[in-house]
Design a protein around this ligand. Structure first.
Ligand code: SF4
Length: 240
């Protein structure tokens, strides 16, 4: 199947079934979102949502955060991954937002990437979610799912390469939504260790499915050993 056709079917499925996807991080303004996204690196959104209310009670604005030391921030985020580094980043982020950006979260990738703890992925999330710009943030879910589906080149082994492959085929207006679609699909269906292929609505055009289980619409009649979609670690032999 050609790549353009995979993209067409991917977009068709999600625009029909999940037309308005949202981030699962809780936030009320750009400041709260950027803090939440910094905390969410290698951590679950659920965990971040648990620590955010108390953190925001203590540091409700960039100025409050910027006036704090990393040691003062640490106790409120100790249960997220890498709390020492993230406490340093958040204190620095508050300071820079206050001193260089008038307490506002900037709207360009270049400015955002100057902030402590903000890499390209975080910057893309912020401009996409807050400013609805056509930026594709590539996290572990986006990377894995787009490779499995066959939306990106096998040779695209970096987040930036995957980002470029995706934005080439997805219409600009759908890029912010496609980011959420790939994340949510990776979080709940196409999970890392055992993708739930047996219940996946995308199996008809998924490259991984075709390579591991054969085509779902034209059952494989060979006697080649195949993985079972309900248990990708198992090996079964087709007898039909
Ligand atoms: S069929 Fe399996 S590998 Fe393909 S997208 Fe669905 S869960 Fe992921």
């Amino acid at each position: 199947m050609r790549k353009a056709e995979r993209f067409r079917r991917f977009l068709e499925y999600f625009t029909t079934h999940f037309p308005e996807p949202q981030t699962e991080l809780h936030y009320a303004n750009p400041y709260e979102l950027i803090v939440a996204v910094v905390l969410s690196a290698q951590c679950t959104d659920k965990r971040v949502n648990l620590v955010m209310p108390e953190l925001l009670r203590q540091f409700p604005t960039p100025a409050h955060l910027g006036a704090a030391t990393a040691e003062e921030v640490y106790p409120f985020i100790r249960s997220v991954s890498y709390p020492n580094n993230k406490a340093k980043h958040l204190a620095g982020l508050g300071r820079m937002l206050t001193e260089e950006f008038g307490g506002e979260v900037p709207s360009t990738i270049e400015e955002l990437q100057r902030l402590p703890g903000v890499g390209r992925k975080t910057a893309n999330v912020v401009v996409s979610v807050i400013y609805n710009q056509p930026a594709m943030a590539v996290d572990t879910h986006v990377f894995r799912v787009s490779h499995r589906l066959g939306l990106v080149n096998r040779t695209s082994t970096t987040p930036l390469a995957v980002e470029k492959d995706l934005v080439r085929y997805i219409p600009e207006t759908l890029i912010p939504k496609a980011h959420h679609w790939l994340i949510l699909h990776g979080r709940y269906i196409c999970v890392a260790r055992q993708p739930k292929c047996a219940i996946c609505p995308l199996m008809d055009f998924c490259k991984y499915y075709a390579e591991h289980f054969g085509s779902p619409s034209t059952p494989d009649s060979s006697t080649e050993p195949k993985l079972s979609p309900s248990n990708p670690d198992s090996i079964t032999t087709s007898t039909t």
